[in-house]
Design a protein around this ligand. Structure first.
Ligand code: ADP
Length: 158
């Protein structure tokens, strides 16, 4: 059984993340979404909230499970029998960071491959931070994140 880990901060999960999750879940037998407990980024949702939203947003996908984790991503992948790390790549912004992370992870564990999926056209400029910015300025975020997160997000940022 081929398992992959899709790690991220998911503060909060966006429709761009969900698109990657849906597409990755079709190419592996089981996809584990790993929600980082303590991100280097300052988060507005705590780890419980971030992982609960990922669980709710992915509940229709039968081969997707969600974990919270801290520590090295390659170790979490190995401990969960996943030999692939999934990442999403927006053409304009992610290449440098993602290629460096992939090389770091390859150095830490050569048996784990990083597989980057290109972001779909609709989500190329979508990020959790952009959603928060637009929401804080009163813009329409309804097509950017799952509906269940809209109200709690607006409560946090306004
Ligand atoms: P991290 O803090 O690990 O970068 P994020 O939650 O910001 O966590 O992102 C997790 C992964 O999802 C990263 O590989 C990121 O490039 C990817 N990603 C984020 N937004 C999008 C999007 N709109 N389309 C495709 N991939 C995305």
């Amino acid at each position: 059984m081929r398992k992959a880990l899709y790690p991220g901060t998911f503060d909060p999960i966006t429709n761009g993340h969900l698109d990657i999750i849906e597409r990755a879940s079709k190419i592996v037998d089981h996809l584990i979404v790993g929600v980082v407990e303590k991100s280097t980024k300052k988060t507005i949702f705590n780890a419980d909230e971030r992982s609960n939203y990922v669980i709710q947003a992915t509940k229709a996908l039968s081969n997707v499970s969600v974990i919270r984790y801290s520590g090295l991503t390659v170790d979490i992948a190995k401990n969960n029998n996943a030999d692939i790390i999934i990442r999403g790549l927006r053409i304009t912004s992610d290449y440098e960071y993602e290629s460096e992370m992939a090389l770091v992870n390859m150095t830490l564990d050569k048996n784990i491959e990083t597989l980057c999926l290109f972001s779909s056209l609709n989500y190329q400029i979508l990020s959790s931070s952009r959603v928060k910015e637009i929401g804080a300025l009163g813009g329409d975020i309804s097509k950017m994140i799952p509906e269940i997160i809209i109200k709690p997000l607006l409560e946090k940022i306004n």
